[in-house]
Design a protein. Structure first.
Length: 531
């Protein structure tokens, strides 16, 4: 009986195995793989290259620069794009409202701190900085601002329903409300030297209160008299009773740099870091700490800290000397070269499948033809080669490591960004399936590969609407929030990606009309063909 049951199991397994083989054989007869990554296949068929595609660039003239995760400060020079000078205007908030400073509080020092981004240790006490562009030297100046920065936009009807946006080109509007004489100007600073761990001593006279080891940062010692008069001496006043009262009293500080010498330098600052603040170190008289209730306790001198934090509205102002005239870009046929630049910069626009629509159905003839093929899209890649003759340094170290692609017409990230399986917290390694990092093709040509498989498959097989794709340089692929573009040179873009605001760098690509056909911008589709 047991042998019979065993035999029946073997027969059933054999039938199942035969059915599986038949299905696989049928699938193999029905489809032919074209392109893609084949195992043990040395002769790959050529992919389909999109025939109708235009690429051009547009220059951003005004972009939203408040509520960012990263802010720029300093000057950056580029032989292709010219100079960019960026300053900061920021509100501050009290560490706590209606603060108690004790009796007779007196300031010892006031420290403005800018922590620097770093991606790890090079050796025991030396960090690799990711927040310094250039090797120049500058001085930092701080000015008091009297410009009121509202959190809410009054709107056309005065309903204050939306968050107030501030823009990169608004300095001229605010200039008259900023003091012309600086509250403070630093000594010369060379940011690229700030790679080592700093040992900081918070001191009151000769008494060392605290000693700590911290990551690289820039610390500026601001004048005591201003903060003594406007903070400590205001203890118990209406000005410090609430954050709104305080921000109406001290409306903010304007921070700018003055370059020293011919070399420029720029910082990328994390002003949302709790260690980015103005710290007031002071002494005052207080009752001694005791669990016992004492009617007339003897007052003792204590040493204290109080912080003013970057909060509320912080925004960047840009002053660009753009060397490129993009007003004559051909948006119908494309260009020989296209450009990208961070900050208040340049967006490259890719318009795929932009050919004729002879039947007037709202879809290009090329898309209609591809839909009739019933292809299974295995992979779709946008390939962008750097034009090293125009871009300058053609080494991986001298060019932007990452670029970003987004749906320009719908003002959102692409579906391939959302579905990327390689999403990590580290922006240097995140999203590499969709947003391929800069690489060398083996012949000294540098290129980026942007994978658009799901996006293209939806257009061909799911009747999704074809859209233009915006390409920008990025410092952090995980920072994908959409920012409003108020004005551009050709009025082709209304949005940009936050991560491109945090870098001044840029580069030049071969466009779809490049004279070097091998390095032309191209959109390749690898597919499975039904027989």
């Amino acid at each position: 009986m047991k042998r019979l049951i065993s035999l029946n199991k073997q027969i059933k397994c054999g039938i199942v195995f035969f059915v599986i083989l038949s299905v696989l054989s049928s699938c193999e007869e029905d489809f032919t793989r074209v392109g893609g990554d084949f195992i043990n296949n040395l002769e790959l068929p050529e992919p389909y290259v999109v025939q109708n595609l235009a690429a051009y660039s547009d220059n951003i003239k005004s972009v939203q620069t408040n509520t960012l995760t990263t802010y720029l400060l300093g000057k950056f020079g580029d032989p292709v794009f010219g100079d960019t000078d960026i300053s900061i205007l920021s509100q501050f908030e009290l560490e706590r409202t209606n603060p108690d400073f004790g009796e007779d509080p007196v300031l010892d020092s006031v420290i403005l701190t800018f922590p620097l981004f770093q991606s790890g240790l090079i050796e025991e006490d030396t960090y690799r900085l990711d927040s310094v562009f250039g090797t120049g030297t500058f001085k930092i100046s701080v000015f008091e601002s009297h410009q009121f920065l509202s959190n809410l936009d009054p709107g056309e009807n005065g309903d204050f329903q939306n968050i107030q946006n501030y823009y990169s080109d608004q300095f001229a509007e605010f200039d008259n409300n900023i003091e012309q004489t600086p509250l403070y100007t630093s000594q010369e600073i060379t940011p690229s030297d700030s790679t080592k761990t700093q040992i900081l001593f918070d001191q009151v006279d000769s008494i060392t209160i605290d000693t700590l080891s911290v990551t690289p940062r820039i610390r500026l010692k601001l004048p005591n008299n201003y903060f003594q008069e406007n903070i400590l001496d205001k203890q118990g006043s209406d000005e410090l009773v609430s954050q709104s009262s305080f921000k109406n009293f001290i409306r903010g500080f304007y921070i700018k740099t003055e370059q020293v010498g011919d070399e420029n330098a720029m910082l990328s600052l994390d002003l949302n870091n709790p260690e980015a603040n103005i710290t007031l170190h002071y002494r005052s008289l207080r009752p001694p700490p005791s669990l016992e209730v004492v009617e007339n306790p003897e007052l003792v001198e204590t040493f204290n800290k109080f912080s003013l934090n970057f909060a509320g509205n912080t925004l960047n102002f840009y002053n660009n000397s753009n060397e490129l005239d993009l007003s004559t870009q051909d948006i119908q046929n494309g260009e020989e070269n296209i450009f990208i630049k961070g900050g208040e910069g340049i967006v490259s626009i890719i318009d795929p499948f932009n050919g004729p629509d002879t039947d007037g159905n709202g879809v290009s003839d090329e898309i209609d033809s591809l839909r009739q093929n019933n292809w299974l899209v295995n992979e779709a890649n946008l390939i962008l080669y750097i034009d090293d003759e125009l871009a300058g340094e053609s080494s991986i170290e001298k060019q932007p490591a990452r670029i970003f692609a987004y749906d320009l017409d719908n003002e959102r990230v692409l579906i391939d960004y959302t579905l990327d399986p390689g999403t990590t917290q580290n922006p240097f390694t995140s999203k590499q399936t969709h947003l391929g990092p800069l690489q060398d093709d083996g012949n000294g040509n540098l290129f980026y590969k942007i994978r658009l498989t799901s996006h293209i498959n939806n257009i061909i097989n799911n009747d999704s609407t074809n859209t233009r794709i915006g390409i920008v340089v990025t410092q952090n692929v995980n920072a994908a929030r959409i920012l409003e573009v108020r004005e551009s040179e050709q009025d082709q873009i209304e949005s940009s990606i936050e991560s491109t605001i945090s870098t001044p760098r840029g580069t030049v690509f071969h466009g779809n009309l490049s004279s070097d056909e091998d390095l032309r911008l191209k959109l390749q589709i690898f597919y499975t063909q039904p027989n």
